[in-house]
Design a protein around this ligand. Structure first.
Ligand SMILES: [Zn+2]
Length: 96
C-alpha cells in the first residue's frame, strides 16, 4: 500500500455560504487575472483549481490536466454546480 506515512497538512481556507443555495464555498482570487471566483469548499474528483493561501488571501490557479492525476485537493467553480446558478447570472434584474 503506497502513501502511508507523510502526513498531509490540510490547509485551512475561510469557508462561506453560497448566497443562493447555501452550499459551502471558498472565495478565491485567480493568481494571474485576479478574478474572484467561488470554489467548492470540498475537493472534487473532477476539480481543476488548486487553492493556496498567499499573504492571508486565498488564491487559485488552474491545474493543467497532465498534473491533475492523483490529486485530491482540487476544486470546481461553484457556479458550475450551483443549482441556483441562473440567479447569479440574472443578478441585478428584478424577477416579476
Ligand atoms: Zn450555490
Amino acid at each position: 500500500m503506497p502513501g502511508t506515512g507523510g502526513a498531509t497538512v490540510a490547509e485551512e481556507f475561510p469557508v462561506e455560504k453560497c448566497s443562493t443555495c447555501q452550499a459551502n464555498i471558498i472565495w478565491a482570487t485567480h493568481e494571474v487575472s485576479l478574478k474572484p471566483a467561488p470554489l467548492t469548499a470540498d475537493p472534487d474528483p473532477n476539480g481543476t483549481f488548486a487553492l493556496r493561501m498567499t499573504e492571508g488571501n486565498v488564491t487559485y490557479r488552474t491545474v493543467p490536466m497532465a498534473k491533475r492525476f492523483g490529486r485530491r485537493d482540487l476544486r470546481l467553480n461553484h457556479y458550475a454546480t450551483c443549482p441556483q446558478a441562473g440567479q447569479h447570472r440574472n443578478r441585478g434584474r428584478v424577477a416579476a
